[in-house]
Design a protein around this ligand. Structure first.
Ligand code: AMP
Length: 379
């Protein structure tokens, strides 16, 4: 029993990986995309599950399948770790739909489909929010009325937890220490982006909030913003709250400032002297730098600053921009190490630096598979 199937559903996609955990090998990797978007495409997540099953034929050994691991976006304050899925857990994920109206329904449909497809295999939910359930009260509390906080669940939850957990643990290993011995700041810079302050293996602050909109500038999300902007835009234009929410999530960030949500286009544009792209890059890096400063204050002392995800792993320009001017805080990078292209975990700080600056490729699927297997008693 050493196979684990990891399922990760977005609002219109299903990504899957079948792993052999005996040697941590990928047996099959794939995605079903544009679900429900047009006639001719896969109609819903249940139909998508059938496509996945077809693609797994020849790789999947049902008698060796120890668990199905599901990435679930929002666990609210109800889930603090990986959870064996039963009817009650499904009902709770359903109750949390108002907090994640696009993602939790898709996650739920796929869970139901997978339970039908594998009725005898344990199913495990791994929540994007779970790692951040250790945030102290002052870090997760918004200064809003008690009814909003108590009755409506308005607070910071944080996301990318699986990635922050995996990357912070790998960083400790790279330093030759145990996670409980180190403080690290993780910068997960992908299409979505968030920073996380990790004290001795536990998340103590993170930049995403009640939803993934808060914090760093992202591909299409604004990140931090005066909350009064929404009401202002509603007064000045015909846009209602739903439309403003869509714009802040899908039509802001790097796309709005620099004309593309892909950092490769932005850096090429900035290189060629494009003003929008240059502005986008400056705002992006400045916001990261501000969070590094904030989390240094939160943690007091850090052992490592860690870059991960698509941008963090691949963009020397962003890494250099993010830490520019932080030498007096003990944070510096070696231009040569930073410029070297690699898919490996590595140091990019110079040998003399006080604080290690690392690049650690994230691997959410392996982390989900590990957590699922551990929970069901394998691994
Ligand atoms: P992720 O969400 O982690 O898959 O990251 C996706 C994002 O990574 C893309 O939208 C790009 O902006 C960025 N990215 C991928 N490869 C590179 C690269 N070589 N240089 C800069 N950015 C990259």
């Amino acid at each position: 029993m050493n196979q684990v199937l990891v399922l990760n559903s977005g609002s219109s996609s299903i990504k899957y990986q079948l792993l052999d955990m005996a040697d941590r090998r990928r047996l099959a990797v794939g995605a079903v995309e544009r679900i429900g978007e047009s006639a001719g495409s896969v109609s819903d997540h249940a139909a998508g599950m059938d496509v996945v099953l077809g693609e797994l034929e020849g790789h999947l050994d049902r008698s060796a399948l120890a668990a199905v691991g599901h990435r679930v976006v929002h666990g609210g304050d109800r889930f603090r770790g990986p959870t064996r899925i039963d009817d009650e857990v499904c009902a709770t994920i359903k109750e949390l739909i108002p907090l994640a109206p696009l993602h939790n329904p898709a996650n739920l449909t796929l869970i139901e489909a997978a339970r039908k497809a594998f009725p005898d295999t344990p199913q495990v939910a791994v929540f994007d929010t779970a790692f951040h359930q250790t945030l102290p009260v002052p870090a997760y509390t918004y200064a809003v009325p008690a009814e909003w906080r108590d009755d409506l669940g308005v607070r910071r939850y944080g996301f990318h937890g699986t990635s922050h957990q995996y990357v912070s643990r790998r960083a400790a290993e790279l330093l030759g220490r145990r996670p409980e011995e180190v403080n690290v700041i993780v910068l997960h810079l992908g299409n979505g982006a968030s920073a996380c302050a990790v004290r001795q293996g536990r998340s103590v602050d993170t930049s995403m909030g009640m939803t993934p909109l808060e914090g760093l500038v992202m591909g299409t999300r604004s990140g931090d913003l005066d909350p009064a902007v929404s009401a202002y835009i509603a007064r000045r234009t015909s846009q209602d709250a739903e439309e403003t929410d869509r714009v802040l999530n899908k039509a802001s960030g790097m796309l709005a400032l620099g004309g593309s949500n892909d950092m490769r286009d932005i850096t090429r544009g900035a290189d060629a002297g494009d003003e929008g792209a240059t502005l986008a890059l400056d705002v992006y890096c400045y916001r990261i730098r501000k969070y590094i400063g904030a989390y240094l204050a939160v943690l007091g002392r850090i052992d490592a600053l860690v870059f991960t995800a698509g941008v963090g792993e691949n963009s020397p320009v962003v890494r250099a921009g993010a830490v520019a001017g932080l030498e007096h805080l003990g944070i510096a990078i070696s231009p040569k190490r930073n410029a070297a292209e690699s898919k490996e975990e590595r140091y990019i700080s110079p040998y003399w630096a006080q604080t290690a600056v690392l690049v650690v490729p994230t691997d959410e699927e392996i982390e989900i598979a590990d957590q699922a297997l551990t929970l069901v008693g394998g691994g």
